[in-house]
Design a protein around this ligand. Structure first.
Ligand code: SF4
Ligand code: SF4
Length: 138
């Protein structure tokens, strides 16, 4: 299967499987992902929370020397039960996951498999893909 066909296949499977999975029964991505965020996202969420950036950064972020910023807790600070308490202001990485709409799925196969046993959407997309593509065990 070529790359474009694979991208289309996983996107279509995700579109049909995702509506059958209730993320608020799961929340596993928010319990296991290291979330990268950028300046605009930090400004947006700190303003929403009514906190200065200094206060927000000290409470919620780790910063690397390269300027990389990540949420400093796993599970995420903003997870309440299985739901995001800042849903409208959540980060791009949160919105993107599990990213079956993003091109070049074949290059993200390893990272996708890292979440195979945590994310029911990923599990079902990959298991269905194996059946649809005629994959057979040796
Ligand atoms: S910001 Fe919300 S959606 Fe993103 S990881 Fe935290 S709880 Fe989950
Ligand atoms: S791990 Fe997958 S199924 Fe669970 S909340 Fe995240 S996206 Fe939804």
């Amino acid at each position: 299967m070529d790359s474009l066909t694979l991208d289309k296949a996983v996107f279509e499977l995700s579109e049909s499987i995702s509506p059958k999975i209730e993320c608020t029964d799961c929340g596993n991505c928010c319990k296991s992902l290291m979330v990268n965020i950028d300046e605009d996202e930090a400004n947006n969420l700190s303003a929403h929370l009514g906190q200065s950036r200094d206060e927000f950064d000290a409470k919620y972020l780790d910063k690397g020397e390269s300027g990389r910023m990540v949420v400093n807790a796993i599970p995420c600070h903003f997870l309440v039960g299985n739901s995001c308490s800042v849903y409208e202001h959540r980060f791009a990485g949160c919105k993107e996951f599990p990213a079956f709409h993003v091109p070049d799925f074949n290059k993200r196969l390893f990272t996708t498999y890292m979440h195979y046993d945590r994310c029911p959407i990923i599990f079902n997309v990959l298991e269905t893909l194996k059946i649809d593509s005629g994959f057979k065990k040796a």
